[in-house]
Design a protein around this ligand. Structure first.
Ligand SMILES: C[S@@+](CC[C@H](N)C(=O)[O-])C[C@H]1O[C@@H](n2cnc3c(N)ncnc32)[C@H](O)[C@@H]1O
Length: 278
């Protein structure tokens, strides 16, 4: 592993091979042995060259994949192609002692949510019942289950992601703490039992809030609702949350946290909703 910043490293390695002043990337998302790169479109013809140089940047990198387009659909399927190194991108990503085995070219694993995964793990109290409504390969469910003696229900609609989730539950030996459910969380959620609910899905998340409120214990609890939206909409979203909760007999206090910029003008935010019976 070199001490140099990635972009400086690329500039030095590729001097004379790519145009001076090329818009080189300043980083990548390392998932297991796979470096996921976003390249400026002006550099498409140099993707293989940049990928090969990237293999030498960090000993952990054995495959380099470049983004081809946006993440698509309800399943959030990423679009990447391997440009250098091993074509096999099935990998084991280890974070905070939790092992995630999956292919990052097949399901999305966000680098930007790392702090949130760690934060949530310590926010949970022993004995809590937690429902992860958009579990994917277990990004939130597994650290929570590994951290405290809590019971976690992990719901995932994509059968491929669900298969990885089952593998990861076994890999982390949390079979006694995590119940995995395959299906749409609006249909297969448990009823009136959760102390805490994680809604780690950014698109039209409010559509799923009624299901979250039906999942919540009658004593109330906390819902972490992720959402991509312009910050100018924060107040109206919070007000929708309040009225939706009221329909279900809950009062709410909501705190909004910013996670990252999702796209120009759109922020990835988390609405931490504390719901109590009215
Ligand atoms: C991008 S992943 C996010 C994973 C993780 N929650 C996080 O925030 O890092 C979103 C996951 O939600 C799943 N999903 C989408 N709609 C769903 C639904 N109605 N019920 C259950 N899972 C759903 C997708 O298949 C995908 O695996």
């Amino acid at each position: 592993m070199t001490d140099m910043q990635y972009r400086d490293y690329l500039r030095t390695r590729l001097k004379g091979l790519i145009p001076d002043g090329a818009a080189l990337p300043n980083g990548f998302n390392l998932v297991g042995h796979v470096a996921l790169l976003h390249l400026d479109s002006s550099l498409s013809e140099f993707a293989h060259l940049i990928g090969s140089a990237t293999l030498g940047y960090d000993w952990r990198i054995r495959s380099v994949a470049v983004r081809l387009g946006p993440t698509e659909g309800v399943f959030r399927i990423p679009a990447y192609a391997v440009v250098a190194g091993e074509p096999n991108t099935l990998t084991t990503h280890i974070e905070g002692g939790v092992k995630y085995r999956f292919d990052p070219l097949v399901v999305t694993f966000s680098g930007g949510n790392r702090r949130e995964r760690i934060r949530l793990r310590s926010a949970v109290s022993p004995g809590e019942i937690v429902v992860d409504m958009f579990a994917c390969v277990g990004q939130f469910a597994l650290p929570i289950a590994a951290g405290k003696s809590s019971q976690v229900f992990a719901i995932e609609v994509n059968p491929v992601a669900y298969g990885y989730l089952l593998d990861n539950i076994r890999l982390n030996k949390v079979e006694n703490k995590v119940v995995a459910l395959l299906g749409d969380c609006r249909e297969v959620h448990p009823s009136r039992m959760a102390d805490r609910i994680v809604m780690g899905y950014l698109h039209n998340t409010l559509l799923y809030l009624p299901a979250a409120l039906e999942t919540l214990s009658a004593k109330g609890g906390i819902i972490h609702m992720h959402m991509a939206a312009p910050t100018s909409e924060t107040v109206s979203i919070a007000s929708r949350i309040g009225s939706e909760a009221h329909h279900n007999g809950f009062m709410t206090q909501t705190i909004v946290r910013r996670i990252k910029t999702y796209s120009p003008g759109v922020e990835h935010m988390v609405f931490d909703i504390r719901a109590t019976p009215e």
